[in-house]
Design a binder for this molecule. Structure first.
Ligand code: NAD
Length: 514
């Protein structure tokens, strides 16, 4: 076992030989007999292990959330805000340490890991504006002497289930927004990358979060089923694959919970011949291969329109120049995939593309990274002449693979994108405002970039993936996030002007009309 820094992380922060549970304000060792190994993706060495929490441990975590709820929800909004103000500073102070941990467990480059923490930090900063976010509505004199107001109130115990690809950002999409609104929270991180969340939990405690307001369990399917079924959990935030997300949405909803599920994607970059070539090719390459393509907003599919098809050889040249290495090595542009299974799956989809008639212009399958021969590396790969019926187009590859299609016109490109079931993100590259306007207006995708390859909204907006990329009603963070984690209570009050004492009882249903 080896740690990414010389600091003493013995209180809670990973990597430690065993990942703790966080229950009722204490980092505790699980009593389970079932453990999952955590590997460094650059070496495949086991660096830590994570427990499959027992049922009684998971019950204790929910009971702790439930017990803490009343006091937390009654804590003034200003006091909750103060905790998050301290929290955002602590995350800033520890950003580099958290990032090292992410690179160690997840494999992405250090610069990208810093981006992972930073984009999560922005949500924490946004949560600090709770005083305006959580305002209700009022209408005085709705009828004579009668006023109506709504309060936005917390739901109770909420839960989050996170994926492996953003170990800090995605948990930070979840519990800060929920908790600043007055909910208590149960997190289940990805069993492959729990370290960053454990570090973030310690910082949250240091910021003054009361015991029991945040609890953390670990595990896989049993932990997920436990969350979907537990009667004391009111809402579930999920981010991950369609397979898990559809299941959790269905099971959680059936049990009467609110569920929001952000899922897989196939994001198209439409390249018009009038685009700024230099910028466009650089942006395409960065957005397709950065983070080894393990981003739900990776620009994994290019549609070259008309004359832009001639740019393909230059695109390949730029992709060739990217440096593949362990994420903590200077100059690395992309690191390894999360596991040998992920690598095998990506290589299989590349092969399938070749067999189904695509042209393999750049093949990263046999890449060797000096000093990291056992890592799960795949180099940048480009499949051209791809058609919509090919497996490599229909499936989310989630690796450093760009599939390239061709279209004669903008209309053809729009039709292609709209026929794809996913609606997470898309981008158009053009110097023509009318083309950009037409594309963003007609394309049926929840997040659209105009000369912006990865259009992930900042947290004063919401993350608005659509169609097969999302299940639920209210999206993550921003105003939508506050809606998801709160319920409305409407109070209609009548205070008669003439007298505080009613002289004659009203026996008819009020009509609001007089
Ligand atoms: P995953 O679905 O395998 O795992 C996500 C979580 O669900 C984990 O906590 C895991 O323990 C649990 N889980 C896994 N399989 C399950 C199952 N069959 N039943 C119940 N629970 C299960 O996802 P991942 O591989 O960790 O993450 C990659 C996926 O997440 C990609 O599809 C990516 O597009 C998606 N993603 C989407 C967004 C978004 O905002 N749309 C963001 C990040 C990642």
């Amino acid at each position: 076992m080896c740690a990414p820094s010389g600091k003493d992380h013995s209180l809670c922060c990973l990597p430690q030989p065993t990942t703790k549970l966080f229950i009722d304000g204490k980092f505790v060792e699980s009593k389970t007999t079932e453990w999952i190994d955590i590997h460094n993706p650059a070496t495949n060495e086991v660096v830590a292990r994570v427990p499959k929490a027992t049922t009684s441990e998971m019950e204790a975590a929910v009971a702790s959330c439930k017990k803490a709820f009343w006091n937390w929800s009654e804590t003034s909004v200003l006091s909750r805000q103060q905790i998050f103000l301290r929290y955002q500073q602590l995350i800033k102070d520890n950003l580099k340490e958290i990032s090292k941990l992410i690179t160690f467990e997840q494999g992405k480059t250090l610069a990208d890991a810093e981006g992972d923490v930073f984009r999560g930090l922005q949500v924490v900063e946004h949560a600090c504006s709770v005083t305006s976010l959580i305002l209700g509505e009022t209408m005085p004199s709705i009828t004579k002497d009668m006023d109506t107001c709504t309060y936005r109130l917390p739901l109770g115990v909420c839960a989050g289930i996170a994926p492996f690809n953003f170990p800090a950002m995605i948990p930070l999409w979840m519990f800060p927004m929920a908790m600043v609104c007055g909910n208590t929270f149960l997190m289940k991180p990805s069993e492959r990358v729990p370290g960053a969340l454990m570090f973030l939990a310690k910082l949250f405690q240091d910021a003054g979060a009361p015991d029991g307001t945040l609890n953390i369990i670990h595990g896989q399917h049993e932990a997920v089923n436990f969350i979907c079924d537990h009667p004391d959990i009111r809402a579930i935030s999920f981010v991950g694959s369609n397979q898990a997300g559809e299941y959790i949405y269905e099971r959680g909803s059936r049990n009467g919970k609110r569920v929001q599920a952000n899922m897989g994607a196939k994001n198209h970059g439409v390249v018009m011949p009038d685009a700024n070539k230099e910028n466009t090719l650089n942006q395409l390459v960065g957005a397709a291969f950065g983070a080894a393509g393990q981003r739900c907003m990776a620009l994994s599919t290019a549609i070259l329109v008309g004359e832009a098809q001639k740019w393909l050889p230059e695109l390949v040249e730029r992709a060739k120049n990217l440096r593949v290495n362990a994420g903590d090595q200077p100059g690395a542009d992309l690191g390894p995939l999360i596991s040998p299974q992920a690598k095998e799956r990506v290589c299989h989809l590349i092969q399938k593309g070749v067999e189904e008639g695509a042209s393999l212009l750049l093949d990263g399958r046999n890449i060797k990274v000096k000093g990291y021969e056992n890592g799960n590396f795949v180099g940048p790969t480009i499949l051209a002449n791809v058609k919509p019926n090919m497996t490599c187009y229909k499936e989310e590859i989630f690796g450093p693979v760009l599939v390239v299609l061709e279209a004669d016109t903008l209309d053809d490109a729009i039709e292609m994108v709209n026929n794809n079931p996913y609606g997470n993100g898309t981008a158009i590259f053009t110097t023509n405002g009318a083309t950009a306007r037409k594309y963003s207006h007609l394309v049926d995708v929840g997040q659209v970039g105009v000369n912006v390859p990865i259009p992930v909204p900042l947290p004063m907006f919401s993350f608005t993936g659509s169609r097969a990329s999302f299940r639920g009603d209210a999206n993550f963070y921003g105003k939508q996030g506050v809606q998801f984690y709160t319920q409305l209570k409407t109070i209609i009050s009548q205070w008669k002007e003439e007298d505080a004492t009613v002289t004659k009882p009203a026996v008819v249903m009020p009509t609001m009309g007089n």
